[in-house]
Design a protein around this ligand. Structure first.
Ligand SMILES: [Zn+2]
Length: 223
């Protein structure tokens, strides 16, 4: 039987994690996508004390308690990851202690050696530009990223609707998110890099090229 591969996607907001997650899913066919973003959105809808607290924190632009993130992914993986599925971690770990927790969990599952952290590397300036300049269609809601050919679009390529920037993509909110990355996520990148496990890919390339680089790196590691 072929080895079941597992992935941890890392990168600044706007680096294209969602797109590369989709491509990995299509390519491998047996990956189970776990996104803490999705988990928190579901939790924020819950009629519970924690749900209410999350709504309050998120409305002020804050970040929920990190221990909740760990509890959520551990729970979701425990109840949903099948034996013949690979794990695709998106949005976690977000802090060093969480990365250590995830490693212990992967060791417990005997999957640590078959898990590759992938950094989609874009500079802070590039992330800032992508997040402040990306647009949304007022008619159909399609999100138009600030990359490549999309920059030239003057109207929605789906429905012709008018394109506007999103009101919550303010410079302040975006700088907060990028600061969080420098303080908390960057140490995780170092942690994986020191262990020689990190796959670093230049995220400032066309989508297809980024994915090609990921596959080439995986081939070098796993054959
Ligand atoms: Zn549209």
């Amino acid at each position: 039987m072929e080895k079941i591969l597992n992935f941890i996607l890392i990168g600044r907001s706007g680096c294209g994690k969602g797109t590369q997650a989709d491509l990995l899913m299509k390519h491998f066919g047996n990956l189970h996508h776990f996104s803490t973003g999705d988990m928190f959105r579901a939790l924020a809808k819950a009629d519970t004390a924690v749900g209410a607290k999350i709504r309050e924190i998120v409305s002020k632009g804050g970040l929920p308690l990190d221990d909740i993130a760990t509890s959520l992914w551990m729970y979701e993986i425990s109840f949903n990851l099948k034996q013949d599925e690979g794990l695709l971690a998106d949005g976690f770990p977000r802090r060093l202690p969480e990365a250590e927790n995830l490693d212990r969990f992967l060791e417990f599952l005997e999957r640590k050696d078959a898990t590759s952290p992938i950094l989609l590397d874009i500079s802070r300036q590039e992330a800032f530009d992508r997040l402040t300049k990306r647009r949304i269609c007022q008619k159909c809601g399609k999100l138009i990223p600030w990359v490549g050919e999309y920059k030239k679009l003057e109207a929605c390529d789906e429905c012709g609707g008018e394109l506007v920037t999103r009101p919550d993509d303010t410079e302040g909110a975006i700088n907060n998110r990028l600061d969080y990355y420098e303080e908390n996520v960057a140490p995780i990148v170092d942690y994986y890099e020191k262990q020689g496990r990190l796959i670093r890919v230049d995220g400032d390339q066309p989508i297809e090229k980024v994915f090609e680089d990921i596959l080439a790196a995986l081939k070098r590691i796993y054959g």
